[in-house]
Design a protein around this ligand. Structure first.
Ligand code: SF4
Ligand code: SF4
Length: 56
């Protein structure tokens, strides 16, 4: 299981530093989660202002 970031992302960057395993990085028009690194903790969803990270 992993989280993914939907197109709702406004690229604010708030989630990147919250990820304990550094799975989040800036991508094309939105931030992206490396599914192989994500440990499904939900911290990114907790801090996101637009609810873009969702459990896949
Ligand atoms: Fe990182 Fe946790 Fe979000 Fe996965 S769910 S990307 S481990 S903050
Ligand atoms: Fe995108 Fe939400 Fe992360 Fe901000 S906190 S970069 S809006 S996913």
């Amino acid at each position: 299981m992993a989280y993914k970031i939907t197109d709702e992302c406004i690229s604010c960057g708030a989630c990147e530093s919250e990820c304990p395993v550094n799975a989040i990085s800036s991508g094309e028009g939105k931030f992206v989660i490396d599914a192989g690194t994500c440990i499904d903790c939900g911290s990114c969803a907790d801090v996101c202002p637009v609810g873009a990270p969702v459990s896949d």
